[in-house]
Design a protein around this ligand. Structure first.
Ligand code: ATP
Ligand code: MG
Length: 570
């Protein structure tokens, strides 16, 4: 463990090792400054969480800084709504940028000046090729490009044209400013990349209408890093081929600070997608209700579903940071959620598919208030009262007329079962309606069995229940994976990822009955509904005005089973 690792013992990784070496060599005077640079064109997702934990984690652990910087150079796709959601999500994940909050657009004037310097150095030119001609001139992976006919414009002419671009004298697409590097470079990114383009008629969320030219990402990013004095500019692997360009701009402009770009592999999660473009279309095309739909892999979606932020941080720490591409199983994330919730979520009883039970020997009108611990291991979480009365609900799945096998430990006709935290009951009679559907059970209880088995009495099964008179009605939404293909993003069958959407990704249960202690649950409160899973109170109410609870995660890992089945059928 290096001296820079904190007591939370974030596992080391190749980036932390590089930083350790830089500090040992007194590079950057031992300073560590990172940044998280989202583009405000969508909500953050689980992949961003990996980058946030990495960048902010390094900032914290090395007593350095981590800037939040919005990379806002594409105003037509960006919105204030996204800026605000990103701030909220980073904070919710548990990170703090302090005063280090920036927009790339804060530097538009400086970036313009840098571009003028490039022109003055003979390292940039205004080009009149249109988009199609640019593509032709660029060449391919196997063929070199060729020089633009505008490449040899004089410095004076370039300065004049660039000033006119800024002044709005040219139409969109008629001119760009390009870096003058090498049209024959084997790295296409170095074939005179565009650094400024013209965009009339867009209102930028930060700069309004003050600009009609906008700098490109590659140009903006390295210079923003340099302006902010970033030491380690950590990004995902697809930028590896852009690193020579990152370095070229800084070297050519001889900037005071030259951050080091370091790449790591993106997080991909099975059965989901982490492309912002595709997530946007899931929302815009109505495949999900919103960015914070609990099925979405967005941070807002996971929050609404009930994932605790510490579970997401724990997940990011467990998957580690490497340079190799891999797809992480959903079970890994869900196990982190389960572990966090198992420890902290109060226990409650909730019947999701109610079946009425009348306990015929229980006195009419009698109500007993049972004192029950909120958590089996954590006494500090206190107790609540659970009312017991003559009519209760149990779950339909907890009754079968005849046990199908020895493993079935629930209620059967003539059989006994213990009510969780309560009495042992026996089923004496089934009541069916005219269609022959079971609608009610008649049972009897043994008053000597409250909370314990009397001597010699063996009742194995325990089922949950709710008093019919006292229970509160609720809607419960049970989620399944959003896609039924492990890698919907890159499915090899050549089909659009949307064909892999799971049509059964959400089941709405509208007749649920919850124990009365849940009446005062607040939005975002998380519980274990015993034997059913972990659930979180949703901000919305149902169409019929009932409270809504989302199932966060099942009690056990069902992904292992899905994987096994998939392997069998493959
Ligand atoms: P997309 O490619 O889907 O548009 P993006 O990478 O362009 O997403 P940004 O807002 O630019 O999205 O991302 C901000 C930061 O988060 C970047 O540094 C990016 O590398 C990182 N990031 C984005 N997606 C992932 C991922 N799946 N895993 C790890 N880091 C990611
Ligand atoms: Mg990006």
């Amino acid at each position: 463990m290096s001296e820079h690792e904190t007591s939370t013992s974030t596992p080391s990784n190749f980036i932390r090792q590089m930083i350790d070496e830089d500090i040992a060599a007194n590079k950057n005077n031992g300073k560590v400054a990172t940044r998280f640079p989202p583009e405000p064109n969508g909500y953050l997702h689980i992949g961003h969480a990996k980058s946030i934990c990495l960048n902010f984690g390094i900032g914290e652990d090395y007593k350095g800084t981590c800037n939040l910087r919005f990379d806002d150079t594409n105003p037509h796709k960006e919105k204030l709504e996204f800026v605000e959601s990103i701030q909220k999500d980073v904070r919710w994940l548990g990170f703090d940028w302090g005063k280090q909050h920036y927009f790339a657009s804060d530097y538009f004037e400086q970036l313009y000046d840098f571009a003028v310097q490039l022109i003055q150095k003979g390292k940039a030119y205004v080009c009149d090729l249109n988009a199609e001609e640019m593509r032709e001139y660029r060449g391919t992976l196997t063929e070199p490009g060729k020089d633009s006919p505008y490449r040899e414009r004089s410095i004076v002419e370039n300065l004049e044209l660039f000033a006119k671009m800024r002044a709005g004298e040219f139409e969109d697409g008629t001119k760009v400013l390009r870096a003058k590097i090498d049209m024959t470079s084997p790295n296409i990114n170095l074939r005179d990349p565009t650094i400024y383009r013209i965009r009339h008629g867009v209102v930028h969320h930060q700069t309004g209408e003050s600009w009609v030219i906008y700098p490109m990402y590659d140009y903006t990013h390295c210079l923003s890093d340099s302006i902010e004095g970033i030491t380690h500019s950590i990004c995902t692997l697809e930028f590896e081929d852009h690193r020579p360009l990152y370095d070229w701009f800084l070297d050519t402009l001889e900037t005071a600070s030259h951050p080091q770009q370091i790449e790591f592999s993106r997080l991909s999660l099975q059965y989901t997608i982490t492309s912002k473009r595709k997530l946007t279309s899931l929302v815009d095309d109505g495949h999900v209700a919103s960015w914070d739909d609990p099925r979405m892999p967005t941070i807002a979606g996971m929050r609404r579903r009930g994932y605790p932020p510490e579970a997401i941080r724990d997940f990011c720490s467990r998957i580690g940071v490497t340079k190799s591409e891999n797809t992480v199983e959903m079970g890994v994330l869900e196990n982190c959620v389960r572990e966090a919730l198992n420890e902290h979520a109060p226990r409650r009883m909730a019947v999701l598919n109610p079946l009425k039970v009348v306990i015929e020997n229980y006195p009419e009108g009698q109500v007993e208030q049972l004192q029950v611990a909120n958590h089996p291991q954590d006494e500090s979480m206190g107790k609540r009262e659970i009312p017991m009365s003559r009519e209760i609900f149990i779950d339909k799945d907890d009754f079968l007329e005849v046990a199908p096998n020895k493993k079935f430990k629930r209620l059967t006709l003539g059989g006994e079962v213990r009510l969780r935290n309560g009495y042992v009951i026996r089923c004496d009679e089934m009541i069916n309606n005219d269609n022959g559907d079971l609608i009610e059970l008649r049972c009897s209880y043994d008053p000597a069995t409250l909370g314990a088995n009397p001597e010699g009495r063996k009742v194995k099964g325990v089922i949950h229940w709710v008093s019919a008179e006292h229970g509160i009605k609720a809607e419960v939404r049970v989620y399944d994976r959003l896609f039924n293909h492990p890698t919907p993003d890159s499915a090899k069958d050549g089909q659009e990822y949307t064909v892999h959407l799971n049509p059964e990704s959400m089941a709405i249960l509208q007749d649920c009955v919850l124990e009365p202690a849940l009446a005062c649950a607040k939005q975002g409160d998380r519980f274990q509904f015993e034997r059913e899973g972990y659930f979180c109170k949703d901000p919305a109410v149902s169409a019929t005005g009932l409270p809504v609870f989302n199932r966060t995660v099942s009690l056990r890992d069902s992904w292992a089973k899905i994987e096994k089945e998939a392997a069998k059928s493959a």
